[in-house]
Design a protein around this ligand. Structure first.
Ligand code: FES
Length: 133
């Protein structure tokens, strides 16, 4: 694993999400309670982006079918139970899951240093600060 800069600290606002790509990996970055978090920006349910997901503290809800994930660990906290923000009856959740079982998001270790957010990505090569505007 190598540490690479992905965004300026000043760009990552409290309670907001930011989509970035690094080493071909789509990332969702957030800042909650002053701490920064980074997870894959691809919902494990159907592979759709979490960019417009709703934040509730450290939990992001997928905007498509409502799966919920802990941003600090990637843990799955709830699986497909709604459509575009509208709750669906319990009997339909299995149909919506379409045979896919709940799975965690990949969470990446990250930290702030030199006014940048740095991530540790598997198999990342050598990188210099110019990756960040
Ligand atoms: S794509 Fe995220 S819950 Fe379906």
């Amino acid at each position: 694993m190598s540490k690479i800069p992905v965004v300026l600290s000043s760009e990552l606002l409290e309670g907001r999400t930011l989509a970035r790509k690094a080493e071909g990996q789509a990332l969702l970055l957030t800042r909650v309670g002053g701490c920064v978090y980074a997870v894959e920006n691809r919902c494990p349910h159907m592979g759709l982006p979490l960019t417009r997901g709703k934040l509730d503290g450290k939990v992001v809800r997928c905007p498509w079918h409502g799966s919920r994930f802990d941003l600090s660990t990637g843990e799955s906290l709830g699986w497909a139970d709604s459509f575009a923000g509208v709750a669906l009856p319990r009997w339909s959740h299995g149909l919506l899951a379409a045979g896919r079982k709940a799975r965690a998001l990949q969470a990446f270790p990250c930290a702030e240093e030199d006014e940048r957010v740095w991530l540790e990505l598997p198999d990342a090569g050598q990188h210099k600060a110019p990756n960040v505007r």
